[in-house]
Design a binder for this molecule. Structure first.
Ligand SMILES: [Ca+2]
Ligand SMILES: [Ca+2]
Ligand SMILES: [Ca+2]
Length: 345
């Protein structure tokens, strides 16, 4: 008697609703490490077809004895597929936009859990934007594995080089042969796209800041393959990118306006490609503020005290001149960058 050949050891998240197809820059969630099927479109064939996120699959022989365990090939999670009705594929797929010569690769696993002539099969294929299959990157079947339950391909690497720039679909699928039931197992993991297309960087701006103040800089970037981006800034324009972060602050605390500075942003992708962008920062001069203090009166021969304040944000010498109504040469007082002044007479 045939025995269901596969035990699903861990079923984390079941996504029954199909995800709408969308054109993505590159493999999104290609390793399923979000623990979800986000970024992927799925189709569950009727009567048992199923796509889910798994951490482990166990193959059983015809006696129901577990004979092999398969963990994720990359990270913790992978996508697993059951077939449903015979002749109907259960599928998981993703669209991608690539350049000529870019490469897509990943891992596939097929576990035979049926017997000849119930020739279940699993495949990974690539289709063009018209839905025409261009290549079969992985294929296995009950028959190719000897018609023996529990036999497996093990995790098998597949790769494909795109002949031209454009939109493509990568699809993994599994189908029951002859009749539904005794579902063999298909799994994929670690789908990545690599190529030579460069990221983009935009340092933003043009930025304006008052002398003595700071301004926030916001950089943006894109990875044509949809991978993670790292942002680093060169805020002093010495060619060394030593300030990390997408949003950073430029300080004009020690810069006397009016002046300009150039800052540079570098965007680096996970595959090591990078792009740079520069932005100009205009440092405005700030007009000093002064307060001469309160009015007062004094009798002849007495001492009169008065004081005032002034403010100027930069670190250059600031001159405060008070005109006491007499000769200028007798009345000037000069402080370097002081916040107040006073005079007695
Ligand atoms: Ca994974
Ligand atoms: Ca079957
Ligand atoms: Ca620098």
């Amino acid at each position: 008697m045939k025995v269901w050949g596969v035990i699903l050891s861990i079923m984390l998240i079941l996504m029954l609703a199909a995800v709408p197809l969308s054109t993505l820059a590159a493999a999104s969630n290609g390793g399923f490490e979000t623990g979800t099927l986000s970024g992927w479109a799925t189709y569950n064939a009727p009567n048992g077809g199923l796509v889910w996120i798994a951490q482990q699959l166990v193959a059983q022989n015809s006696s129901g004895t577990p004979i092999a365990t398969y963990n994720a090939k990359e990270g913790l999670y992978f996508a697993a597929l059951y077939p449903g009705d015979a002749g109907v594929y259960t599928t998981i797929s993703q669209n991608c936009t690539v350049g000529a010569g870019d490469t897509i690769s990943g891992w596939a696993l097929f576990i035979s859990e049926d017997e000849t002539p119930y020739n279940d099969n699993g495949q990974v294929v690539v289709l063009n934007s018209s839905g025409i299959e261009l290549a079969t990157l992985f294929t296995a079947s009950v028959q190719s594995l000897g018609g023996i339950m529990g036999n497996s391909t093990g995790w098998t690497n597949w790769t494909y080089t795109f002949p031209a720039a454009g939109n493509y679909t990568i699809e993994a699928r599994v189908m029951n042969g002859v009749a539904a039931g005794y579902p063999s197992m298909m799994a994929i993991d670690g789908v990545t796209i690599t190529g030579t297309a460069l990221p983009t960087a935009n340092a933003g701006g043009h930025y304006i800041v008052d002398e003595g103040s700071t301004v926030q800089l916001h950089g943006t970037g894109t990875d044509p393959y949809g991978g993670a981006i790292t942002y680093t800034w060169d805020l002093d324009n010495d060619g060394i990118y030593d300030t990390p972060g997408q949003d950073v602050y430029f300080s004009a605390a020690s810069i006397a306006g009016p002046d300009t500075r150039t800052v540079n942003l570098k965007v680096t992708t996970s595959n090591g490609n990078s792009a740079t962008s520069s932005a100009t920062i205009t440092i405005n001069n700030v007009i000093p503020r002064v307060n001469a203090g309160l009015d007062g009166s004094v009798t002849s021969g007495a001492t009169f005290h008065t004081s005032g304040t002034f403010f100027h944000p930069d670190t250059t010498i600031c001159t405060v001149t008070a005109d006491w109504g007499g000769p200028i040469s007798n009345c000037d007082i000069i402080y370097r960058h002081a916040q107040w002044w006073q005079r007695s007479f």
